[in-house]
Design a binder for this molecule. Structure first.
Ligand code: PGA
Length: 258
């Protein structure tokens, strides 16, 4: 099996302000200064990207700067949108595409998610493709169909050469921000299917490079069992990423994988 370094991302969503974003960034950078067993990224709101970048640099932190979203076009009359080049200009290295809140609150469809992911990967950045079923879909036994559709559509026309920079985040919608999380067995089952889909689409060698991470109410007290299986390459963390000590504890839960 390929030796995949764990990845843990802290998605701050639409939280923090200038002052609390600075405090949070300092706290996270200091708490994780000597941790190099995982790739770590924080995803502040757009207005605080440069602020967070400068704090990470000042602290000598290896934490990567991430963006919560992007638009697929390079420039032009797209009011309110932000391009890959703009993000790169601000020091962003990794971008979330198709988070469930963008799909289900903002109405993003698979084809837009695909355009964004293509722009991110073709632009040389790491891209996180988020997939996951809603509660009614899980209860109706449709988890596999939904995840398969989001994967296939999300990865249309992605070149195999870009796969080393692709991360897939399995985030069951019913587990996000709800305090309910999937069991490690649930997660392993879906991750195994995702790995199989990637293998079918891109071949075993390319597929083995992709990190598949879990998101949905990961906290310091459940991160250990969730990250322990070899099928789980880390996590995407919402609520717990807003408390520096909690985020650091979640990141440390991946270290036993090495
Ligand atoms: P949560 O969010 O950890 O607050 O459930 C996860 C996510 O949305 O990525």
């Amino acid at each position: 099996m390929a030796d995949r370094k764990p990845f843990v991302g802290g998605n701050w969503k639409m939280n923090t302000n200038r002052s609390s974003a600075s405090d949070l960034c300092r706290g996270v950078a200091d708490a994780l200064l000597r941790v190099d067993t995982a790739d770590i990224a924080v995803f502040p709101p757009f207005p605080y990207l440069l602020l967070v970048r400068s704090i990470l640099r000042d602290r000598g932190s290896s934490i990567r700067l991430g963006a919560q979203d992007v638009y697929s076009r390079p420039d032009g009359a797209y009011t309110g949108e932000v391009s890959v080049e703009m993000l790169k200009d601000c020091g962003v290295e990794v971008v979330i595409c198709g988070h469930s809140e963008r799909r289900h609150v903002l109405g993003e469809k698979d084809d837009l998610v695909n355009q964004k992911l293509r722009a991110v990967l073709e632009g040389g950045l790491w891209g996180i493709l988020c997939v996951g079923e809603r509660l009614e879909e899980r209860e109706a036994g449709h988890t596999d169909v939904v995840v398969q559709r989001q994967m296939k559509n999300g990865l249309t026309d992605i070149a195999g050469q870009h796969l080393a920079r692709l991360i897939v985040a399995y985030e069951p919608v019913w587990a996000i921000g709800t305090g309910k999380n999937a069991t490690p067995q649930d997660v392993v089952e879906v991750h195994t299917k995702i790995r199989g889909l990637l293998t079918g689409l891109f071949g075993a060698e390319n597929a083995a490079r992709v990190r598949i991470i879990y998101g949905g109410s990961v906290k310091p007290d459940n991160a250990g069992p969730l990250f322990a299986p070899p099928e789980v390459d880390g996590g995407l963390i919402g609520g717990a990423s807003l408390v520096a000590g909690d985020f650091a504890a979640v990141v440390r839960a991946t270290t036993r994988k090495h």
